[in-house]
Design a protein around this ligand. Structure first.
Ligand code: UN1
Length: 498
């Protein structure tokens, strides 16, 4: 495509679409058609990030002073705009991230759901009143915004993850600098347009595209930024958390996973296979709640493996725009390379590659970053493919003697995001629920996703700071202020409580 036909998109700062001060831009490409340029975006630098912070700071008093139910009005309008543009935005997600269109549509719906939930919070956002130990004294709590917050998001849910951070941040009265993943700025621009048209006052939300090393870092360091909500790798998140803590900022980091399904011998195998295949290969495994391990109780291991391979072989690989496709391309060349490297590593480490393992080539496949759904057995617990997040369509299978053994295997990794058990036995299910190390626990359901009104997040290296979504999101994006009011007619003998 000739450069002249490529649309150039700008940053959004203080209510204006502006070019980066660096004067530099970069292009993004369709992962299913790797020579197709989708757009040109601003390669912003530190100064752009700081301008956005200043704009957010300037807008803060006005937005924080707007009653929360009125702030909610913007979110309700944004939901309507998303409804009208849903198809176009979903298509944008598929074009730039690669996921199947039906998943992209689901993602837009999820963004609408979270906005609906957050908008409702505009009429709740409860504090509490409680008796004081003094007469004629009222004690209560009230929520106040943090101030300017930085929202730093990954490429794999380029609409839903920003939405589930932005919506609660806005309803709580914060102003925002949004730094989307460098790989998916197009969805971010479209989301920004939705908020602009919904009537968000200038400066309340600003968007700056570009590298994390300059833009993200400047946001984390700026003394005006009081809160940071990050989703991405454990490595980057750990750095942000440490840096933010040193500056006494409120930080939440949602990071990697190595989620396991435990399959017990009494389980409904058909149901379990459906959930495991969707969990492992849906979204091409590029999801922090993806299933990357299955731990199978010995008596059903052989039957499970046979059916797993049979069903996996029927998955259709192709362009996410094709409605028949189950497994679409990896989101980028770098993601493709990482996953291929892990597959090679698995073989070298001595695991048995029992299905897939190759890139898919020929015809349309040469245009994109396709990898076969891949299954390893005979995986040792100390192998890197058993321990590290691969973020691709790679499933490792383990054999366990019983539930306790399975839980031990499940807990043997540094991550603890999401997990699942398939069983009909209530006693075993509860033992699992009470001992598995994961922030989200499923019984007879895939490791995937979550509902927007429930907390989302993990233990150990999967998350730190505060859960996302539900009322937890309001707790993160606000400060609790405790108020004592003495309405006694005159001075007291004992003027203060202890
Ligand atoms: C989901 O799996 O439905 O980055 C959401 C991620 C997670 C969000 C996943 N933070 O994949």
């Amino acid at each position: 495509m000739a450069t002249s036909q490529v649309t150039r998109y700008n940053n959004y700062i203080g209510g204006q679409w502006v070019e980066a001060g660096t004067g530099r831009t970069y292009s993004i490409y369709n992962p299913a058609s790797k020579d197709t340029v989708l757009g040109e975006f601003q390669t912003s630098g530190v100064e752009d990030a700081l301008k956005a912070v200043d704009a957010a700071q300037e807008a803060l008093a006005g937005w924080a002073g707007t009653p929360a139910p009125i702030r909610a009005g913007v979110l309700f309008r944004a939901i309507e705009i998303l409804r009208q543009r849903g198809d176009d935005i979903a298509r944008t997600i598929t074009l730039e991230e690669g996921k199947p269109l039906s998943d992209a549509q689901g993602e837009v719906k999820r963004a609408m759901n979270i906005m609906e939930y957050a908008a409702g919070e505009g009429r709740r956002m409860f504090g509490y009143t409680t008796p004081s130990e003094l007469p004629d004294t009222v004690a209560y709590t009230v929520r106040r915004p943090l101030g300017v917050v930085a929202i730093i998001t990954p490429w794999n849910f380029p609409i839903a993850i920003p939405a589930w951070k932005i919506a609660p941040a806005l309803i709580c009265g914060n102003t925002i600098v949004f730094k989307p993943a460098s790989a998916t700025p197009w969805s971010a621009v479209k989301l920004m347009e939705v908020f602009e048209e919904a009537g968000l006052p200038p400066g309340v939300m600003n968007m700056v595209t570009g590298p994390g090393a300059s833009v993200g870092n400047a946001l984390v360091e700026s003394p005006l930024v009081k809160g940071i909500s990050f989703t991405g790798s454990t490595e980057i998140g750990t750095g942000i958390y440490a840096q933010g803590a040193g500056l006494l900022k409120k930080v939440q980091c949602e990071m990697g996973g190595k989620n396991a399904v435990i399959l017990l011998a009494d389980a409904d195998l058909d149901k379990a296979l459906g959930g495991i295949i969707q969990g492992a290969f849906g979204s091409t495994g590029q999801r922090c709640t993806a299933t990357s391990r299955v731990i199978v109780e010995e008596p059903i291991y052989d039957q499970f493996m046979e059916e797993l391979i049979d069903r996996t072989s029927k998955l259709k690989i192709g362009d996410g725009l094709d409605p028949e496709v189950d497994v679409s391309p990896l989101a980028s060349k770098s993601q493709f390379d990482i996953v291929m490297e892990y597959i090679g590593m698995g073989t070298e480490e001595g695991a048995d590659l029992v299905y897939g393992g190759n890139s898919v080539t020929g015809g349309i496949y040469d245009q994109g970053y396709y990898i076969e759904p891949t299954i390893f057995t005979g995986v040792g617990l100390d192998m890197r493919i058993a321990q590290e997040e691969i973020f691709g369509p790679v499933l490792t299978v383990f054999k366990a003697n019983d539930l306790q053994d399975a839980i031990q295997i499940s807990n043997s990794v540094k991550f603890g995001l999401s997990s699942s058990v398939y069983t009909k036995d209530l006693t075993q299910a509860f033992e699992y629920i009470n001992t598995v190390e994961a922030g989200m626990v499923h019984v007879n359901a895939p490791t995937l996703g979550g509902e927007v009104h429930l907390p989302f997040g993990g233990l150990k290296s999967s998350g730190v700071g505060h859960r996302e979504q539900g009322t937890e999101a309001v707790a993160f994006f606000s400060e609790v202020i405790t108020v004592y009011i003495d309405h006694a007619a005159s001075a007291r003998e004992r003027a203060r409580f202890i």
